[in-house]
Design a protein around this ligand. Structure first.
Ligand code: C5P
Length: 227
């Protein structure tokens, strides 16, 4: 692969802070941003809507192929439109999160979503977050980062995110959900969540978002100055 447009690949477990870091970096650098998890969530959402069996790999792959999805990055964040309907909030529920992890294990689904992710690599650059950004989607990324944080901290972050959307969730249930999702994501055969040997490992638990961004920026090849 010989793509002159630089990409930064940020992978990690659910709730490790990937999205916050990727969005902030993209803003500072003036680069595009790809939330690849949102594509899997949108796909799971349409599959749930159509009442397709989550274990039916072929039918899920077809739904991914047929999905009419438009992604816009606008204030206050990412907006997703499925067949003309704004589904940005609906895809953030724990139910859609769990379903997205199930359908993400099908190679048929991953194959369909791959070109949509690579198409996001536009000048002047792309910051992408997900589970296989470094290993599969952008193996030639100029910088690869792998984020972690303790289960408790990740569950607290999820609880705060859901609360901001008006959803009350218990910490115990969120810990269970995150544990299951991590297991599924790490143990699947197709593009499992892994830290590639060339990725920079960062535990975000002890740092503010500014500190996390500064640590990552310092590792960029040309260390571009923030906008
Ligand atoms: O990042 P987020 O939690 O929104 O992703 C939802 C699910 O989509 C993940 O649990 C994972 O199973 C799947 N996913 C994936 N590969 C990616 C991004 C997300 O398998 N690159």
């Amino acid at each position: 692969m010989d793509n002159p447009i630089p990409a930064i690949a940020i992978d990690g477990t659910a709730g490790s802070g990937k999205g916050t870091l990727a969005r902030e970096l993209a803003r500072e650098l003036g680069w595009h941003y790809l939330d690849s998890g949102a594509l899997y969530r949108a796909c799971a959402y349409t599959i749930l809507l159509q009442q397709i069996d989550l274990d039916d790999a072929r039918a899920c792959g077809k739904a991914a192929h047929d999905m009419e999805l438009e992604v816009r990055f606008e204030t206050p964040g990412l907006q997703l439109w499925l067949s003309g309907k704004d589904i940005s909030e609906q895809i953030r529920t724990p139910e859609v999160g769990a379903a997205s992890s199930s359908i993400a294990s099908h190679p048929e689904v991953r194959r369909e979503l791959l070109p949509r992710q690579r198409a996001a690599r536009q000048a002047p650059g792309l910051v992408a977050d997900g589970r296989d950004m470094a290993s599969v989607v952008f193996p030639d990324a100029v910088l690869k980062v792998f984020l972690t944080a303790s289960l408790e901290i990740r569950a607290q972050r999820r609880q705060a995110q859901l609360k901001a959307m008006g959803v009350d969730a218990k910490i115990g249930a969120l810990i269970q959900e995150l544990t299951l999702r991590d297991q599924q994501d790490m143990q699947r055969h197709a593009a499992p969540l892994i830290q590639t040997p060339d990725a920079f490992l960062l535990d975000t638990g002890a740092y503010s978002i500014e500190e996390v961004c500064a640590q990552v920026r310092a590792r960029l090849p040309d260390s571009p100055t923030p906008h």
